[in-house]
Design a protein around this ligand. Structure first.
Ligand SMILES: CC(C)(COP(=O)(O)OP(=O)(O)OC[C@H]1O[C@@H](n2cnc3c(N)ncnc32)[C@H](O)[C@@H]1OP(=O)(O)O)[C@@H](O)C(=O)NCCC(=O)NCCS
Length: 153
């Protein structure tokens, strides 16, 4: 059974294993990930099965700020396609809303239709494009925004 919980500093190895496998050319460094797990303005969640990390996600959502940013989201390849990514995303939105955010932004690679479909079906709308944002691959970023409904805030 899949469970979500806040990430802890000692989750770093499990998170980085998925990060490096999921983002072969532009994975976060271990130190950037460690800093995010420790950042009080951010919130990170892990999804576990039998105490093994199968996914993680993080949002930058300083308390009292109206805008939040999804920082990262990934599910281990063997665990994809059964709802974990959607659960993690919903978990981040709940945290962001609880901290007072009314808008949530994210960037997604223009060559990542799977993630874009998840975001669009959650209600995110395309609001911009950043040419060649992802290096060294030279891939554009699509910027998406979700207005949190009043009931979720
Ligand atoms: C994007 C990612 C996190 C989705 O996680 P997941 O657990 O596989 O996703 P879910 O099973 O919750 O599916 C959520 C939605 O994603 C989309 N999706 C998932 N698998 C898909 C596939 N093989 N083809 C097309 N769309 C797919 C669908 O919209 C799906 O909604 P639906 O089930 O209602 O149709 C996962 O594919 C992943 O880790 N990819 C590599 C890292 C990455 O791209 N992260 C996002 C960076 S912006």
């Amino acid at each position: 059974m899949t469970q979500l919980r806040p990430a802890r500093p000692d989750d770093l190895d499990g998170v980085m294993a998925i990060e490096t496998a999921s983002f072969p050319t532009d994975a976060w460094s271990r130190s950037s990930m460690a800093a995010t797990l420790a950042d009080r303005d951010a919130a990170a969640l892990v999804a576990t099965e039998a105490d093994t990390i199968i996914g993680y996600a993080a949002v930058l959502a300083p308390r009292g700020a109206s805008d939040a940013d999804i920082l990262t989201l990934a599910v281990a390849q063997a665990a994809r396609g059964r709802g974990t990514g959607r659960e993690l995303l919903q978990g981040l939105l709940t945290v962001a809303a609880g901290r007072g955010a009314s808008r949530v932004f994210l960037e997604v690679r223009a060559d990542n239709p799977v993630a874009a479909a998840l975001y669009a079906s959650t209600g995110f709308q395309v609001v911009g494009r950043r040419p060649r944002y992802y290096q060294p691959d030279d891939v554009d970023a699509v910027v998406m925004r979700l207005e949190l409904p009043v009931g979720v805030r």
